[in-house]
Write a protein of this length. Structure first.
Length: 277
């Protein structure tokens, strides 16, 4: 069954999924990883459901073609707008033995233990907020929790253009955090519902009341994957273990290396440029 083994695939529209990759590799360094960034068509945040689904499916198929048996959508917008359709409608026809997992459910599963006030805030892209994925998932597991969300359309461009430490970033961080707290002053936990946002965490902390817990997704997704492998030993065996990480991008190699270096400091970036179709 050698041919049914391959690296763990991680997909993101941009570079934010590299924060997920970093957390997973930290917890499970022995596995091989293949990261695909659809950087030429990023960001996905303001795109329609249909386009996000189409682009995400193309990327998942590419990772499957490269041997991945399991793909993580390291992107909240893709998890919100495409994951369910791919799981229910596409996987049965492509290969019912392979799996595609998202980042929203693992984050939501932890929230019940974190919030004391039972009031939770979400900061995310417009696409993730409009999809109401967090609201629906939280209500399903914890119907007693009140959820308030704010779209932060300027945060990803600030990060991807390496302006997240600039004074200009302060203005947009304060603007969105103030709007969220005005919406519900009882919030005691804020989910950073975009995989880019950990890079802004120092500024987010600066403008957030001190009692509020800021929840980043990487560690939760990594722990969830480790638990998944314990429950699904057959899938764990199909993921190769050589400790190697390779990268694919729809952008130029030089641009990817330059931007990815902001997110990952300790890895030689071996990247190939591809065209998705």
């Amino acid at each position: 069954m050698k041919e049914n083994r391959g690296p763990i695939g991680i997909f993101d529209s941009g570079y934010g999924g590299l924060t997920i990759l970093t957390s997973i590799r930290r917890l499970m360094p022995e596995y091989d990883y293949l990261y695909l960034g659809d950087n030429a068509r990023a960001p996905y945040g303001n795109r329609s459901f249909e386009i996000v689904y189409e682009f995400t499916l193309q990327s998942v198929k590419k990772l499957f073609d490269m041997g991945c048996q399991l793909v993580i959508l390291g992107c909240n917008t893709a998890s919100a707008k495409a994951l369910r359709s791919i799981q229910q409608n596409d996987l049965p026809n492509i290969d019912p033995t392979r799996r595609v997992l998202g980042v929203i459910r693992p984050t939501v599963e932890m929230i019940g233990d974190i919030t004391k006030s039972r009031h939770v805030g979400i900061v995310a892209t417009r696409g993730t907020i409009d999809s109401q994925s967090y609201l629906l998932e939280i209500n399903k597991l914890f119907p007693d929790i009140t959820v308030s969300g704010i779209a932060c359309p300027m945060w990803v461009p600030l990060i991807e253009n390496n302006e997240f430490e600039s004074d200009g970033a302060d203005y947009f961080v304060k603007k969105y955090i103030d709007a969220l707290m005005e919406k519900d002053p009882k919030i005691d936990s804020i989910i950073l519902g975009c995989t880019h946002y950990p890079l802004l965490i120092d500024k987010i902390r600066k403008y957030t009341p001190a009692n509020i817990e800021l929840i980043t997704q990487g560690n939760f997704v990594a722990k969830s994957l480790k638990d998944y492998f314990i429950r699904h030993a057959d899938m764990e065996e199909r993921c190769t273990k050589g400790g190697a990480t390779t990268f694919l991008t729809t952008e130029s190699v030089e641009k990817f290396k330059e931007s990815a270096a902001v997110f990952i400091k300790d890895t030689k970036i071996d990247v190939e440029s591809i065209i998705l179709k």
